[in-house]
Ligand binder design. Structure first.
Ligand code: G3P
Length: 218
């Protein structure tokens, strides 16, 4: 399973990368705004900064919503760095644009996916990644992890190469459940990745090992 971090915060990206387990970054306009990164030039610069930290897989989201504009914006984003994956919303023109960008050799991430049907369309268009938002489904009393499982099964049935990227992950159990049902990637906040470290028996066990060592080597 690959881990992406879902943020535009450079310190958090560096911290996750330094842990040695980070495979990529996802961003979106809301995450950019949260960091105070506004305006075209500043947003492009932030993508460059992120690409300079990580090895690959930096999702950069288009804000265009019509075919020609999505393709044009996507091509410009892809020119920033070979690590860029162009993130395109699951709308009719987005599906068409994914097909076009894919034919041009540009990797895409189809975002704002909330149903198996949308995931089939993304795969048929040739998306490199499909991003079902599980937390937002849970928010409306719908089982987000069940959607991941459905999409994984459907993709296996037909050998679709699109990677299932579980997004809108809110806590460590989401991540573990996504791993259980076979998501290819989980994108999550830093707190979810570091949350995997935690177990009270690890802490108390280490404390005992170290105190016994100190007693024997006083
Ligand atoms: O990757 C998509 C993600 O950023 C959405 O997360 O928490 O806004 O639903 P959230």
């Amino acid at each position: 399973m690959e881990f992406f971090i879902d943020t535009a915060n450079l310190d958090e990206i560096r911290e996750a990368y330094d842990l040695g387990v980070l495979d990529g970054v996802t961003t979106n306009p809301s995450l950019m705004a949260k960091e105070g990164v506004t305006g075209h030039d500043n947003i492009i610069q932030r993508y460059k900064d992120i690409c300079n930290i990580v090895d690959d897989n930096v999702s950069a989201e288009v804000v265009a919503t019509t075919f020609d504009e999505i393709v044009s914006e996507g091509m410009n984003l892809a020119k920033i760095d070979d690590k860029i994956v162009v993130k395109v919303p699951m709308i009719k023109d987005g599906v068409k644009a994914i097909k076009k960008l894919t034919s041009e050799g540009i990797r895409t991430n189809c975002t704002l996916v909330f149903s198996p049907g949308q995931a089939i369309l993304a795969a048929k268009a040739g998306a490199s990644y499909v991003s079902p938002f599980i937390g937002r489904l849970d928010d409306i009393a719908t089982d987000g992890v069940a959607l991941i499982e459905q999409i994984v099964n459907i993709y296996q049935n037909y050998g679709y190469e699109t990677n299932v990227l579980a997004a809108s992950i809110r806590h460590t159990m989401h991540l573990i459940q996504c791993a259980e049902v076979g998501a290819d990637v989980a994108t999550c906040p830093l707190s979810v990745i570091t949350g995997l470290l935690k177990h009270p028996l690890t802490d108390s066990g280490l404390e005992k090992f170290l105190s016994d060592y100190r007693k024997g080597n006083a």
